[in-house]
Design a protein. Structure first.
Length: 256
């Protein structure tokens, strides 16, 4: 015997309410096909992306790679969006302590390339705090930074492909460098206007970063380093050094 129309309507309403309650209890997703959250990557030592400031009023974007190589971009004093140099060197991470005795500071405020040491303490995925000392002048700058989870996002050429308006500077710069438009193609080819440089960009296997190679001047000089793109500010930072680290190229620009 079939149910009456009234009973069928009541049963259908009850089933709909039960289904909605179950879906709500599961976060609005299907109970059996809920998408798992992205896996958190495992970091090595002080590895990560950090943002912070120095005791001298500079803003920092600090990068430590899985092999403990560091790139620390810094702004002009009290001008957080105006990049004025970066530190680069190899180091060692052990039990919450990071040290580097061979860092180089490519300063584009007229100081050139300076020998520097770095000493810091770190808490994985939380903080990277310490100081750097310019050995030639014995001047010390202290800094505090916090970990940025953007490091754990997956990089891709489709993300950074486009044109960026900014400047390209080298160690002889006094106040930045010439204005240039830097373009990254969908295949990673780099071209620039108003600057004698071409190059390549490739997504790194670990960390939300890019390996950058530039070929500049005639005869060509090769510079290698790192690129970091912030999807919120649309800012691209590139820090590269030649093999002997007596000079480098620094690009900072915003995606058009």
């Amino acid at each position: 015997m079939s149910a009456s129309p009234l009973l069928s309507a009541v049963l259908s309403a009850c089933a709909a309410i039960a289904g909605a309650s179950l879906l709500s209890a599961c976060g609005g997703q299907d109970l059996f096909f809920k998408t798992p959250p992205p896996a958190s990557i495992t970091l090595t030592g002080a590895e990560g992306l950090y943002s912070g400031t120095t005791n001298t009023g500079r803003t920092l974007t600090a990068l430590v790679l899985e092999d403990s190589t560091h790139y620390v971009f810094y702004s002009a004093i009290n001008q957080p969006t105006l990049i004025r140099g970066f530190l680069q060197g190899t180091g060692a991470s052990l039990n919450g302590s990071y040290t580097s005795s061979n860092s180089r500071d490519l300063n584009i405020e007229g100081l050139g390339v300076l020998a520097t040491t770095v000493s810091a303490s770190y808490v994985q995925k939380k903080t990277f705090n310490g100081s750097w000392n310019t050995t030639t002048t014995n001047q010390t700058v202290t800094f505090t930074t916090n970990y940025d989870t953007a490091y754990e996002a997956k990089p891709g050429l489709d993300i950074i492909a486009g044109t960026y308006n900014g400047f390209l500077a080298e160690s002889t710069a006094v106040a930045g460098g010439p204005v240039t438009n830097l373009t990254i193609s969908s295949t990673g080819a780099i071209t620039m206007t108003n600057a004698p440089c071409t190059g390549t960009a490739a997504a790194r296997a670990k960390g939300n970063l890019y390996t950058i190679t530039l070929s500049c001047n005639t005869p060509a000089v090769t510079f290698t380093g790192i690129g970091q793109y912030d999807t919120t500010s649309r800012r691209l930072l590139i820090g590269t050094m030649r093999e002997d680290r007596t000079n480098g190229r620094l690009f900072a620009g915003t995606k058009l």
